[in-house]
Ligand binder design. Sequence first.
Ligand code: SF4
Ligand code: SF4
Ligand code: SF4
Length: 263
Amino acid sequence: MDATRKPRVAVHKFSSCDGCQLAFLNLGEPLLELAGRVDLVHFAEAGPFDPDAEVDVAFVEGSVSTPEDIERILHIRARSRMLIAIGACATAGGIQALRNGADGAAWVAQLYSHPDAIDSLAHSTPIATHVKVDFELWGCPVSGPQILQVVNSLLLGVAPRDNADKVCTECKRQGHPCVMVTRGVPCMGPVTRAGCGALCPGLGRDCYGCYGPAENANTDALAAQFRALGLDAAAIVHRFQSINSQAPVFLAAAGKAEMTRDA
Ligand code: SF4
Ligand code: SF4
Ligand code: SF4
């Protein structure tokens, strides 16, 4: 890259709720400071609009859910030196991927007065299913400080740091009482990827896994703990089939719990 010019950055939206783009916008002052260091050429929610621009870094929010999405992600990949998937929709298909294991056409028929006008794929899939992704930021939504850390790393020319450890590590570091140990509340923290700063346990409630699976997640042990706390098989399936239902580790854990449903 020409060192005399600012890096060109784009933020693209696919099937999503826009919450991860809002995490960008909610950065506040650091975002204004960042705007001076990069050339933000496309970010429709914030103003700049040039979806065909060639860029150094493309952030992509949302899952691939329509035939048009497939064409668009190929187009964007061909014009981006680095592509970073942000949020649970982009990394695991998102909440809309719950349809992957259901009769999506029946849902569409129930919800829309003109179902024939809906042109969606049977499955909602993560960006990496379709193109090479250089880095993934998990979470629903991603955290602003995490985005900033990634951008700063890229501006310094170093690889962004990936923290795939468990939420429990952040929870313990911050001294939050464990909701599972002290109150018997089932918590997904032992199998969920860190990054949010243990937001939910810090507010006295359980983690529901919005950051997706941590590395070396022992879902068998957590499912056994959930059973010991009184959850039946259906409730355990629901724990793993939520925002990151299609993340392979959670999908497998839900499948195992499903098999015990009538046992
Ligand atoms: S990951 Fe969550 S917050 Fe981000 S776009 Fe998807 S649904 Fe919205
Ligand atoms: S509250 Fe949840 S995240 Fe925190 S230590 Fe307990 S199990 Fe882990
Ligand atoms: S504690 Fe769990 S559910 Fe809450 S924000 Fe963090 S990862 Fe998401």
